[in-house]
Write a protein that binds this ligand. Structure first.
Ligand SMILES: *[C@@H]1O[C@H](CO)[C@@H](O)[C@H](O)[C@H]1NC(C)=O
Ligand SMILES: *[C@@H]1O[C@H](CO)[C@@H](O)[C@H](O)[C@H]1NC(C)=O
Ligand SMILES: *[C@@H]1O[C@H](CO)[C@@H](O)[C@H](O)[C@H]1NC(C)=O
Ligand SMILES: *[C@@H]1O[C@H](CO)[C@@H](O)[C@H](O)[C@H]1NC(C)=O
Ligand SMILES: *[C@@H]1O[C@H](CO)[C@@H](O)[C@H](O)[C@H]1NC(C)=O
Length: 422
């Protein structure tokens, strides 16, 4: 008897499961389930326990990172599931219907609220999501949302263009403000942006749920520096290195001042381009701006020196040369190879020197050098002063200009890798 009953029951269920149902049946079930449903009540099965929402996030596209506005645009998909205890049924008594779909406006659902939206809030909540929630017979739901998020991101451009940025997307899942929700957040699959960004590379991403309705997504981006290097940095370096060549130009050439000023102006053009690409704040200041500013000061000094040097070059020789300037020229003579300066001395003098050189041994040279120096003290000309200034400036300006990027780039690289690690 009992065996027969069980057999009947199995047959009955099997036939029910096999039985086809129509849209009317599904609507009937829907009406039954929604009868007395209040979409504003948190659908918790037990209010002494916290309500739980599972979120699976999948990144879709990394729009852009706007350095000037400090804005991050991303397109993200979220699959949310929770258990709505008031929408559950036994499929065996409902013609085998295992799932239904209900309109968003009819049921309870968590809302995505951005806690760090950029100014353009409306666009930030661009609604490209599915407009319905599907329910499984045991109350488990499945809701897919696709959102364009525009969030603020504090950019740290100290090491521009070798910078690494960390941006947070903080989301509040609001459903019922009286109760806090446990958010179980995770990535969906391996979660890489399907559409890559040309300027940035994702080097790290975390997602973190919390017990107080919050979800925290963090992204670490590394700039692909090639564009900035080729288009901005290399031209600036070339310009910076060209500028001191003015000290090699002939003294009488009227183009010296023109050349120096052109170099100064070219650098200021690039300064404008760089500052257009950076946030308009000085906290912190990008190291590259400081470096270019120092180059700018150097280029301005070059203009000043060139103008003054032109003046010095034209001073009449009957004007006495001050002692310190004389010492400066003597010192230059000692350091620079002698024959180079000789070209400017009188011809007999250099001949004398050559003769002496042949006869003297090396030890005697040093002693003699000073004595010849002393004998030539009266022979220092203003032209020589001018040449000496040129020489010193050429060496020092190049020294500083080459040293600067080496120092700055090492600091940037070091800071960059430190940031990448933590
Ligand atoms: C809908 O359900 C009610 C009871 O729940 C039943 O009386 C009615 O026949 C059903 N209608 C259809 C079309 O299945
Ligand atoms: C609700 O949760 C509390 C705490 O976990 C538990 O003691 C209680 O038995 C639960 N009630 C029901 C009806 O499940
Ligand atoms: C939803 O119900 C249909 C029809 O019974 C079934 O084919 C489908 O697999 C169900 N979906 C899920 C996720 O169970
Ligand atoms: C409902 O059924 C689905 C599919 O079998 C399962 O993943 C889910 O955990 C179930 N939910 C509950 C609350 O039992
Ligand atoms: C998000 O998480 C990061 C660390 O992963 C933390 O530094 C940050 O403060 C968190 N933000 C919020 C709003 O919880």
């Amino acid at each position: 008897m009992s065996v027969r009953l069980i057999f009947l029951q199995i047959l009955c269920c099997w036939t029910f499961a096999q039985e086809s149902f129509t849209v009317r049946d599904v609507n009937n079930l829907t009406n039954k389930l929604l009868n007395g449903y209040n979409k504003n009540t948190l659908p918790s099965s037990n209010f002494s326990e916290q309500f739980k929402v599972d979120v699976k996030a999948y990144p879709i596209a990394l729009g852009d990172i706007d350095e000037v506005e400090e804005k991050l645009s991303t397109v993200m998909g979220f699959i949310m599931s929770w258990t709505d205890d008031s929408i559950a049924w036994a499929p065996e008594w409902e013609l085998g219907i295992t799932n239904i779909t209900l309109g968003l406006s009819e049921v309870w659902k968590p809302n995505i609220m951005l806690l760090n939206p950029h100014q353009n809030v409306i666009k930030g909540h661009g609604d490209m999501s599915s407009s319905s929630v599907s329910y499984y017979y045991n109350g488990t739901t499945h809701w897919t949302r696709l959102v364009t998020l525009q969030t603020t991101c504090d950019l740290d451009t100290t090491f521009f263009p070798f910078d690494i940025q960390e941006c947070f997307i903080t989301i509040y899942l609001s459903g019922n403000d009286a109760y806090e929700i446990i958010v179980n957040a995770d990535w969906d699959g391996n979660a890489v942006f399907e559409k890559e960004n040309g300027a940035w590379k994702v080097v790290g991403q975390t997602i973190q749920g919390s017990r107080n309705s919050l979800m925290n997504i963090s992204y670490k981006f590394e700039r692909k520096p090639l564009f900035m290097l080729v288009n901005i940095l290399l031209p600036i370096i070339v310009l910076a290195l060209l500028a001191p060549l003015v000290f090699l130009m002939p003294k009488n050439s009227g183009e010296r001042v023109g050349y120096a000023i052109t170099m100064l102006l070219a650098l200021s053009v690039y300064m404008t381009i760089i500052s257009d690409n950076l946030p308009k704040n000085s906290n912190p200041m990008p190291l590259i701006s400081i470096m270019i500013f120092i180059w700018y000061i150097l280029n301005s000094s070059i203009v000043l020196i060139v103008i003054m040097n032109t003046k010095i070059n034209h001073i009449k020789d009957d004007r006495p040369i001050p002692g310190c300037v004389r010492g400066f020229v003597m010192f230059t003579r000692l350091i620079v190879q002698k024959d180079k300066l000789h070209g400017l001395g009188t011809p007999e003098e250099s001949e004398n020197c050559l003769e002496k050189k042949e006869t003297e041994t090396k030890d005697e040279m040093n002693g003699k050098l000073e004595s010849t120096g002393k004998s030539r003290v009266q022979k220092v000309t203003w032209q020589e002063v001018s040449v000496a200034i040129d020489r010193w400036c050429l060496v020092w300006v190049y020294f500083i200009k080459i040293l600067l990027p080496i120092v700055f780039f090492s600091v940037m690289k070091a800071g960059n890798s430190r940031k990448k690690e933590d």
